[in-house]
Design a protein around this ligand. Structure first.
Ligand code: ZN
Length: 247
């Protein structure tokens, strides 16, 4: 059984890294934005430069954010998140590198210092100039009242959800932390990602080139399957749950 093989590889690892994509969160009811019928087929993404240049674009962005809040805001961690959290807690997994912006790894109890978010986080906002953090509640209330745009009280900068938008550069510190964690691991488990979006999809290759074992767990085949030591085309929660005995 492939689950037994996965359990064995986790058992043998000293220091594993878990890499997660949208597939782990679809099991919590969050749609995969890039999948057929996903949000990007309905809307053109708002490019970062357009967001900066135009108040209309910023209003459109906040309208979409409020629309998306019904799914992201209501989601809770699923069995896959719980297994990953347990592997972090036991010390088996050093870091979770994620392409997700839903904050569900934090919600499952993993400390921030163990999570590396390559695309930011949609559950709060930040000033683009001074980096100050803002919670969404008051911003959304004010916007709903008269579509007023949030401005930083500290520096009057533009406030945006703490995500990395299309056209915005990848966060350097997170990319460096992800590379460091990947180079230090002896087992790299990629789950729920089609592994096509670079530079994020380069991490499994870095791990493999550095001598780590590579496991790919995804419902659909990925372009890196031929490189992997173990490929599981199955549901994440059920597969991890059966490999670990965690509900
Ligand atoms: Zn500011």
């Amino acid at each position: 059984m492939a689950q037994n093989e996965l359990a064995q590889m986790i058992e043998e690892a000293q220091r594993a890294v878990v890499f997660t994509g949208a597939g782990i969160s679809t099991e919590s009811g969050i749609p995969d934005f890039r999948s057929p019928g996903g949000v990007w087929e309905k809307y053109q993404p708002i490019m970062f430069d357009d967001f900066l240049a135009s108040e209309d674009m910023r209003r459109e962005s906040w309208r979409r954010k409020i629309g998306a809040e019904k799914t992201i805001g209501a989601a809770t961690p699923n069995r896959g998140h719980r297994v990953v959290a347990s592997l972090v807690k036991s010390g088996k997994v050093s870091h979770v590198i994620t392409q997700n912006i839903d904050g569900l790894h934090q919600a499952s109890g993993i400390p921030d210092k163990r999570i590396i978010e390559l695309h930011g986080n949609a559950t709060y906002a930040k000033c683009l100039d001074c980096g100050r953090r803002y919670e969404l509640g008051p911003i959304v209330e004010a916007f709903k009242a008269d579509e007023s745009l949030p401005i930083c009280d500290h520096c009057e900068g533009i406030i945006k959800t703490a995500t990395i938008s299309f056209g915005q550069s990848m966060p350097e510190a997170e990319m460096a932390r992800a590379e460091e964690a990947t180079l230090a691991c002896d087992l790299f488990i990629a789950m729920g990602s089609s592994l096509v979006v670079y530079p994020a999809a380069g991490f499994p290759l870095i791990a493999k080139d550095n001598g780590a074992r590579l496991v790919i767990l995804n419902r659909e085949p990925t372009s890196l399957d031929s490189m992997a030591d173990l490929v599981l085309n199955s549901e994440i929660g059920e597969t991890l749950g059966e490999a670990s005995g965690i509900e």
